[in-house]
Design a binder for this molecule. Sequence first.
Ligand SMILES: NC(=O)c1ccc[n+]([C@@H]2O[C@H](COP(=O)([O-])OP(=O)(O)OC[C@H]3O[C@@H](n4cnc5c(N)ncnc54)[C@H](O)[C@@H]3O)[C@@H](O)[C@H]2O)c1
Length: 339
Amino acid sequence: MAPTGTLATVGLVHILVTGGAGFIGSNLVDLLLAEGHEVKVIDDLSTGRRSNLAHLEGSIEFHEGSILDVDLVSRIVEGTDLVFHLAAAVGVRNIIEAPLKSIRTNVDGTESVLDACVRHDTRVLLASTSEIYGKASKYPTSEDDDRVIGPTHVSRWSYSTSKALDEHLAFAYAAERGLRMSIVRYFNTYGPRLHENGYGSVVASMTAQALAGEPIVIHGDGKQTRCFGFVGDTIRGTYLAGTTEGALGQAFNIGTSTEISINELAERICRAAGSSSEISHISYDEAYGPGFEDPKRRVPDVTKAAEMLGWSPQVSLDEGLPITVEWWRNNNDHLVATR
Ligand SMILES: NC(=O)c1ccc[n+]([C@@H]2O[C@H](COP(=O)([O-])OP(=O)(O)OC[C@H]3O[C@@H](n4cnc5c(N)ncnc54)[C@H](O)[C@@H]3O)[C@@H](O)[C@H]2O)c1
């Protein structure tokens, strides 16, 4: 279901999507065009792909470049009414292998976007993550709950901290410089255009393994649980948070509260792919090196998004997985070597 025309009521039409060639960003661009908006994208194609936007050639303005390029960002933010800021260094594996680059992209890159938005009086929606809750203080986790983060020598926590610092920056720019901003915290999202480029997305790697008939490799005992949200729901929540007047200055969890173990996820993906792949387990140490920590659960409380945005997830895992698997089947270039 498409969101109701909140942009029309506040007169916003010119929109920039940072990270718009990525998985969630490119799906969001499709929605924005379908809603009749003019869309620009900036993306350095580090994990995003031009092919995600190939069907929109001529309909959007694409800038290949980095959000770390302050002058470029300022130039393309000028004249826009709204920025959806999704560009980020993502994925546990990327963060572990290149922590410095990830921290700089997420913190300096976000400040460059927020600063340009203040200077050009542009509203901004910041894409954050459930990772900011870390190991979480309670389940389901709501927006005001405490963050519980591991030690700084474990580099996976730098992603959580960098995205949390992005949020602090957004709140500080709002308080001190009048930035109009809202924040969404995505829990695990899957769907067409999901990729595995160093990302560590469990749905992506399992789908690739299932379709290739290779063993499905689970990290840990597989009893850890997650909640998987379909990208169509994610972008609808993003759009509403970015355009609803009452969402200004607020952060929203965007995800589903249906919890599933990783073992069960592997079985469902095999079923959706018609695959007879075996399911095997390796330790976190083997997968990521010593010291890796993974929360046992991650469950969002999405009451706030329901009450303030009128948003709730519509697509179940049983509906969304076959759509995702079908997309992978038809996009074989995304089937990367599995780990
Ligand atoms: N997919 C999920 O489950 C999930 C969960 C939580 C949060 N998020 C957040 O959602 C946003 C989008 O993530 P995604 O899953 O679509 O991943 P993605 O890798 O597909 O998208 C990120 C995009 O940002 C681009 N990018 C990276 N560094 C850049 C830079 N310096 N300049 C310009 N572009 C740059 C990449 O090329 C890519 O297109 C990110 O902010 C991420 O932190 C995603």
